[in-house]
Design a protein around this ligand. Structure first.
Ligand code: DQA
Length: 144
């Protein structure tokens, strides 16, 4: 299967960005772990980080054409703002898991609402970088 992992704004700074909140693992490390896990089981991983909403939207549209089977998505701050990204996921109908490194529910109230959670297969938050690996396990289980 082909799995797409999408990372929203500011996640390019992982490792140095508020490490007490987001941990010390870099985005490259996260993508590397996911890629290795996929390769081991004969799957393909594609990854994109973008600070631009339209690039994430365009990538979701392309995913449909390419036959991507599952998306793992940390929309970062767009979680709390982006009807456009929600609509893109609904438009393509590709199942996805929403991931957050931090436990958004223990943070500011503006982080408690997500435009994605009610249309996601599942949501993982507060488990740091491990959350992506758990999401990948769950995605591969769902596809099996
Ligand atoms: C985040 C949580 C969001 O509220 C925040 O805007 C982020 C990262 C997380 O992974 O914990 O940029 O999605």
């Amino acid at each position: 299967a082909t799995i797409l992992v999408l990372h929203g704004p500011n996640l390019n700074l992982l490792g140095s960005r508020e490490p007490e909140v987001y941990g010390a693992t870099t985005l490259a490390d996260i993508n590397q772990r996911l890629t290795e896990r996929c390769l081991k089981d004969g799957h393909h991983l594609q990854a994109l980080q973008s600070n631009a909403e339209y690039e994430l939207i365009d990538r979701i549209h392309d995913a449909k054409r390419e036959g991507v089977n599952f998306i793992i998505f940390n929309p970062a701050a767009f979680t709390h703002t982006s009807i456009a990204l929600r609509d893109a996921l609904l438009a393509v109908g590709i199942p996805f898991i929403e991931v957050h490194l931090s436990n958004v529910h223990k943070r500011e109230s503006f982080r408690h609402h997500s435009y994605f959670s009610d249309v996601a297969v599942g949501v993982i938050c507060g488990l740091g970088a491990q959350g992506y690996e758990l999401a990948l396990d769950a995605a591969l289980n769902q596809l099996a």
